[in-house]
Design a protein around this ligand. Structure first.
Ligand SMILES: NC(=O)CCC(=O)C(=O)O
Length: 280
């Protein structure tokens, strides 16, 4: 059995970019002193408070200062780093982008949030990411020495179709840097992580920022790990913190063999189609 020792970090995002990085490094050091760590996951927009007014101010190009700091962290600690997400500037556009670095600090994946979080709930949360952000066009799966892992950002995870596509591409876990809100989070967060895990027989991992009641957007927190059988293996509360978990891809195979949902799909009757834009 090979475990992927996974560290999920839920930070209280500060307006000082570099302070957020030092908080993250403090948690990595704490975890590494306790255990071997293979994979570290950060929250959505971990470098700036989640607010449309911040995205154009904090955005950086690929290869910029923050990108290099993240790559150096992956190399320094010999880890795979799923670097939450940051506002990425590309010419006149800004994307909500997650970079993944391997143990040598090389970029091995990049996911631009596909579905922008534009919602308006009468009695609760309103947000219009499309005021400042543009959407990506690719479903993202990356390879590791352990196997394949899917990646999407927060609101993306509501769309079961992309999870199905990740699994068709070989993913055995789906990682979701996120920051759910206080209207939908209490009702939908755990439900979504359990449903996607059970439907696709994958580990689902949600890494959120912690809750700050003084911020303009209040994050639900509750970073979570669910097994391919739907068991909640780890869950934080709303406060800053972290957990270390063992992810075991042989357990994914075991569940898929014993309850062969993926084999029993009637692809002759229904299917989800996908345009691979990276190859167009
Ligand atoms: N940052 C986001 O995409 C928030 C998604 C969210 O809260 C939801 O309910 O979906």
């Amino acid at each position: 059995m090979i475990f992927i020792k996974t560290l999920v970090i839920q930070i209280d995002v500060n307006s000082n970019k570099l302070k957020n990085i030092s908080t993250i490094e403090r948690y990595i050091n704490l975890a590494i002193n306790k255990s071997k760590i293979d994979l570290v996951i950060l929250p959505e927009m971990f470098c700036c408070p989640y607010d449309n007014k911040n995205f154009p101010v904090y955005c950086e190009v690929e290869g910029g200062n923050l990108y290099n700091i993240l790559s150096d962290i992956a190399k320094k600690y010999n880890i795979y780093l799923v670097a939450g997400s940051i506002p990425e500037k590309d010419n006149s556009k800004i994307y909500n982008t997650s970079y993944v670095f391997d143990r040598c600090g090389n970029k091995i994946a990049k996911h631009r949030k596909i579905h922008l979080f534009d919602i308006s709930i009468d009695t609760g949360q309103k947000f219009l990411e499309s005021d400042t952000l543009s959407s990506g066009n690719d479903v993202t799966v990356f390879d590791t020495e352990f196997g394949k892992i899917g990646l999407c950002i927060c609101y993306d995870f509501r769309f079961f179709e992309i999870c199905k596509i990740m699994v068709d591409k070989g993913a055995k876990a789906i990682i979701v840097p996120a920051s759910f809100n206080m209207t939908t989070g209490p009702i939908h967060w755990e439900l979504l992580f359990k449903s996607r895990a059970v439907d696709n027989q994958v580990y689902t991992i949600g890494c959120s920022s912690s809750r700050n009641n003084n911020s303009s957007y209040i994050s639900y927190g509750n970073s979570i790990l669910v097994s391919p059988f739907g068991e909640v293996l780890n869950r934080l509360d709303e406060k800053e913190g972290y957990f270390i978990a063992d992810i075991d891809f042989s357990y994914v195979e075991k569940i898929r063999n014993q309850l062969p949902l993926l084999k029993h799909r009637r692809n002759d009757l229904y299917n989800v189609s996908y345009t691979d834009n990276s190859k167009v």
